[in-house]
Design a protein around this ligand. Structure first.
Ligand SMILES: Nc1ncnc2c1ncn2[C@@H]1O[C@H](COP(=O)(O)OP(=O)(O)OP(=O)(O)O)[C@@H](O)[C@H]1O
Ligand SMILES: [Mg+2]
Length: 501
């Protein structure tokens, strides 16, 4: 067998209160896609940050084509052909796409002449054309969706001469189409002999793309396997140490209309959206990325203004002009971009988790901080948030565990109407099952739940009813067993079919 491209042996990394990695080995061959699997906090990102020169290892060795390497920073890693697209995007938001693409190359050459800018944009355009990426190099990065920002990151790495590419949860915010497109890029790189490390919590796509996989649990290596030797079930057992049951769709009786949306319109985003969600229901909101689902959710909770339409909560018209108004009316949104909207990174787990609850319950005048901490502690435990203590700053938690903290705090508030936007993005399979169970329990207790998700299996496993949006409009509704993957997908693409025909 050919010499491995990379050998990491007995890698150990400790943080205060946590051993993130404990003697982990990883071997990469040329032209393989190697999935790195494990629950939230298992150590995947930490291992890749060591490979990418972001963190220094405490112990262990790294051999690149048989030669020992000691990295002294991300730039060094890039120079010897190791590129990492991190889980947390590292783009500068106020720059244009093209600037982001060629940073830091452009940084030391600034300011550019008009000619220089033109050349920069042309170079970016050529790269996009070559990769078939539909992006405008002149767009400001902050205005892009998460999916587009992700593409810029990937293009950025592909534009350099690299031998090892790490993709740390690149697909968690991508649509099925964008994911398929990314996999084409990955295939091209693989056939050129590039080694790719791929991290994802979506098991189906892992089996689609990975040749081999390495499983981590609690900072230790469980083993390395050929993906053809495993099934989804056996992989879950290796990661979690037990079987996981994602449960059944709720079918209980439904009650009053807790949320009613009538003719809601926000110009440029969505138009004439009307639907209701009843007590005891979980309603799934499906659609392609960009269909307007997140925009509708934001408008309902007053995060964005609307041009027309009204919202009724429990049968009464509600004046919702801000998320605080929404919370007062018993309507809450667990946002999609939780990093930006949901967390104070410098605050502790306990403070983040209790912040909203304090505000939400203060009006009853009976809040006791100790009780709240109890509720929060309970959810943190149920969702298996891996943290040395509730006093740990959220910024030091793994990506998935940060997500769990946001979800925990809203679940604990128990609003009448709970809207969740991509609730399990980046969350491991064990915690997913817990979140589903809590959602079902809330519905059974008489709450109304609206869930936006791009994962159809998740929509189907949870929803009594599925609404489908396409191009800013509600295009269909499927009740109970009438909801199937095929029917939902057909509706998602409906406007294209009708306009093309
Ligand atoms: N800078 C840091 N300071 C303190 N602890 C850290 C730091 N970075 C990571 N950790 C801890 O190390 C452990 C491993 O985290 P890591 O980010 O590698 O997990 P992961 O496998 O990538 O999880 P996820 O699937 O949630 O992204 C976690 O317990 C995390 O809280
Ligand atoms: Mg991670």
């Amino acid at each position: 067998m050919a010499e491995p491209v990379l050998e990491m042996t007995a890698i150990t990394k400790r943080f205060p209160g946590v051993t993130a990695l404990d003697g982990v080995d990883l071997t990469l061959h040329a032209g393989e896609v190697h999935a790195l699997m494990g629950e939230n906090g298992a150590g995947k990102s930490t291992l890749m940050k060591i490979l990418g020169g972001v963190y220094r290892k405490d112990e262990g060795r790294m051999l690149l084509r048989g030669q020992e390497i000691e990295l002294n920073g991300p730039r060094h890693a890039m120079d010897i052909g190791i590129a990492v697209v991190h889980q947390e995007l590292m783009l500068c938001n106020n720059l244009t796409v093209a600037e982001n693409l060629f940073l830091p190359d452009t940084a030391h050459r600034m300011p550019l002449s008009a000619f220089g800018w033109k050349a920069l944009y042309a170079r970016a355009q050529a790269l996009f054309d070559d990769l078939g990426i539909p992006l405008d190099p002149r767009a400001t990065t902050a205005d892009l969706t998460i999916a587009r920002r992700q593409m810029v990151e990937i293009a950025r790495t592909i534009s350099r001469d690299i031998r090892i590419l790490v993709l740390d949860e690149p697909t968690s915010s991508l649509s099925e189409e964008d994911t398929a497109f990314l996999f084409l890029l990955v295939d091209r790189l693989r056939s050129k002999g590039v080694s790719i490390v791929f991290i994802s919590h979506r098991l189906k796509e892992v089996f689609q793309i990975a040749d081999r996989l390495t499983v981590l649990r609690d900072g230790k290596k469980v083993g390395t396997y050929k993906s053809s030797d495993l099934t989804q079930e056996s992989l879950v057992t290796l990661m979690v140490g037990r079987n996981v049951d994602l449960g059944q769709r709720v079918t209980g009786t439904v009650g009053d209309r807790l949320l009613e949306v009538q003719g809601l319109t926000r110009r440029g985003a969505f138009a004439d959206v009307s639907f209701q969600v009843r007590a005891g229901e979980i309603v799934g909101l499906a659609g392609l990325v960009g269909a307007g689902r997140t925009e509708v959710a934001r408008a309902i909770v007053g995060a964005d203004p609307v041009d027309a339409g009204q919202i009724l909560v429990a049968g009464k018209p509600a004046q919702i002009r801000s998320p605080a108004d929404a919370t007062r009316n018993g309507v809450a949104l667990v946002p999609e971009d939780r990093k930006r909207d949901g967390l104070v990174l410098e605050a502790t787990v306990a403070n983040n988790a209790s912040m909203v609850i304090m505000r939400a319950l203060q009006r009853f005048g009976l809040v006791r901080k100790r009780e709240l901490t109890e509720v929060v502690r309970d959810y943190v435990k149920q969702l298996n948030v891996r943290t040395p203590s509730l006093d740990q700053e959220v910024q030091y938690l793994s990506g998935g565990n940060q997500q769990k903290v946001v979800i925990a705090k809203w679940l604990a508030v128990k609003p009448k109407v709970l809207i969740l936007d991509e609730p399990t993005r980046g969350i491991d399979v064990g915690a997913k099952a817990e979140i589903y169970a809590i959602m079902r329990r809330l519905a059974q207790e008489g709450h109304a739940i609206l869930m936006i998700s791009s994962e159809l299996p998740e929509i189907l496993a949870l929803s009594n009813r599925v609404l489908v949006m396409a191009e800013g409009r509600l295009v269909g509704e499927l009740v109970g067993d009438a909801a199937t993957e095929e029917r939902i997908m057909a509706l998602c693409h409906l406007p294209h079919l009708t306009t093309a025909g």
